[in-house]
Structures are given as C-alpha cells and as structure tokens.
Design a protein around this ligand. Structure first.
Ligand code: ATP
Length: 317
C-alpha cells in the first residue's frame, strides 16, 4: 500500500512522514506546484493532475489517502462520503463538521464549554460574532457589539448564526487517537495567525479571519492537562454519537479568556495545518516516542502497526 495526498496544506508533513516509515508515496500535484514540491526532492512521489478533481477518476485501490483541509475543501465532503477512496480517518466525521447543529451537538456531548449560540436576535445581550453558513475560513464573518449593529450588516439572502464573541487567546490543540496503541496522545498546540483580526492596527469593525499561518505555542502544563481531558471527552462523544472509534488526528479549536476559561468553538477531524509547526517533533510526541515524531510520521507509523496486526480495515473508513 502507498500513502497519498493532494499537494497542498500539510502534504510536506504527510509525505515526509510516510517516507520516514518506509512507505511508497503518491503526491497528487497540479502543474503549477510541481517545481515547488520538486525543490524538496519529492519528484519521485509526484503524480501530475490537471486539476485536483481528476483524483476521483484514478484507480486508487493501492493507495491510502490522508485527508487534509484542502483535500476536503477541493473534493467536498459530499463526494468524499460517496466515494470508495480508502481514507485514513472517519469519513462520517466530515458530515458532523460541516453541519453547524451536528457540530454543536458533538461538542456539547464531549462536555466542552462552547460559546453561547443565540437562536433569535432578541436574545442577544453580549458582543457577537456573526457567522455565515457554509463559509470557509471565516469568510463573510463580522463582529457586532449589539443587536443594532447586527441588523445594519445582515444580508437578507444569507443564513447566519450568532455566537457570543469570546475575547482571549486562540489556541488550537491537536491530538492523535491511536487504534494500534489504544490510547489518546496529545500532540501539540498552535496559534493560528489570522489577517487582519490579529493585526495591531485596523480601522473598521469587519476584520478578516483568513489564516496566514501558524505559530507554535507550548501551553502551561496545568492547562495542557485540561486539554487532555477535553480530548478524552471528544473521543468518547464521537464513539457514542457515531458508533465508531475516532481514528487518528483531530483538533479542538478554542479561545482562553482572561479568567483562563477555555471556550471551544470548532473541531477538525483530520490533520490540521497547525501540526506543520511541529516538524520534526513536538515536545509531547518526543516524550512519548523518545525520538522525533511529527504528525505525518505518526500517521504512517499507525498505518504500519495496524497493517502488521491485520487491523488496517478498522481505520480506512
Ligand atoms: P475554518 O473552517 O477555517 O476553521 P470556519 O469558517 O469554520 O473556519 P471558525 O473556525 O468558526 O470559521 O472561525 C474563524 C475564526 O473566527 C476563528 O479562528 C476565530 O479567530 C474567530 N472566532 C470564531 N468563533 C469565535 C468566537 N465565538 N469568539 C471569538 N472569535 C471567534
């Protein structure tokens, strides 16, 4: 079996990790990006596609696909769910991520502290973040201090949800749920730097939340212990609501306020780009493995161990 992914997002992380564990690799790459990936010596992995859509036309019976954020964005949850791609992870989770109501249900079941969601404009009594439905990367979001400000900015043709705006530090914590080792591993945390919400100077109240990159952050150990418990809650909630074991990497997206209260506003059930900051290792994966272990390698190691014990079918969902 080969390990493959689309050439974007965390492909360097994934492909380098698969190679480190001795796998053959397939990097599906559009022509414009070939020189970039070749510059890292990955020419032997490249399979050229005119567009990422072509992936679905290929015979991928000997490839385990590692889904990442761009993979989900380009191919779309719907087509992934209907496809017979051998995906490492839970296809089912994509549905829970995409639907705001299901997403909230999962986070509440996990025991996470989620920002208040207002059902009606009349209930609003705090600053809010107004989220458009189906937007990726915070596009079209705006913040408002009160109901009047919201009403002035609403576009009647769009569907919105209104969430309590939490002032604090954004922390994205990644985990790896190992089926082979039967354990939850806390992997690391990062801060997503967003333009221009994170800029020092702005002259309007419509910041953009477009992600520019990620910064590593090492949490206070006592705080990290709290995140570990949150991860355990998430794994259990997933098992209960979906009836499957959660496979591999996932991320809980949070804001910590001035009282050190942790609010969770999102999750991702796959590798996130924030793990790129922890190549070649995170402090916690080093503690666990006694050697360098980045997320791409961790995924490949899991696949190798499951293959050795004939359990691979359990993680290709
Ligand atoms: P992505 O899919 O890239 O995660 P998204 O469209 O699902 O993006 P969110 O992750 O929900 O959007 O939010 C985008 C950004 O908006 C967050 O990274 C954060 O900066 C800000 N944000 C979201 N919810 C809140 C909140 N309740 N309080 C304060 N800021 C928030």
């Amino acid at each position: 079996m080969k390990i493959g992914t689309l050439a974007s997002h965390s492909a360097l992380n994934i492909i380098t990790g698969a190679k480190a564990e001795g796998f053959e690799t397939a990097l599906y790459c559009t022509p414009d990006r070939i020189p970039f990936y070749k510059s890292f010596g990955l020419g032997d992995s490249i399979i050229e596609l005119e567009s990422f859509d072509e992936l679905l036309e290929l015979d991928l019976s000997d490839v385990i696909i590692i889904p990442h954020g761009s993979f989900v964005a380009y191919i779309g949850a719907d087509r992934i769910l209907k496809s017979d791609l051998q995906i490492f992870g839970n296809k089912e989770l994509l549905k829970w991520e995409e639907d705001r109501n299901l997403k909230s249900q999962m986070m509440i079941e996990a025991g996470l502290n989620v920002p208040r969601e207002y059902k009606h404009l009349d209930e609003i009594d705090s600053p809010v973040i107004v989220k458009t439905h189906g937007a990726a990367g915070g596009e079209g979001y705006f913040i408002a201090a009160n109901k009047k400000e919201i009403e002035e900015n609403l576009d009647p043709s769009k569907k919105y949800s209104f969430q309590e705006y939490i002032v604090g530090t954004k922390i994205f914590t990644t985990y790896f749920n190992s089926i082979a080792q039967d354990r939850l591993e806390i992997f690391g945390a990062d801060i997503r730097y967003e333009t221009d919400a994170d800029a020092n100077l702005r002259f309007d109240d419509r910041p953009s939340f477009i992600v520019i990159g990620n910064l590593p952050v090492v949490l206070r150990e006592s705080t990290l212990a709290q995140y570990f418990d949150m991860g355990v809650g998430f794994v259990n909630a997933f098992q209960k609501l979906v009836g499957q074991k959660l496979v591999g990497p996932f991320c809980i997206e949070t804001i910590i306020d001035r009282n050190q209260k942790i609010y969770s506003f999102e999750f991702s059930g796959r590798i996130v780009a924030g793990t790129n900051v922890w190549m070649p290792t995170s402090p916690y994966s080093f503690t666990l493995f006694g050697e360098q272990m980045w997320m791409g390698r961790r995924i490949a190691l899991e696949i190798k161990q499951l293959m050795a014990s004939s359990m691979l079918d359990e993680v290709l969902r």
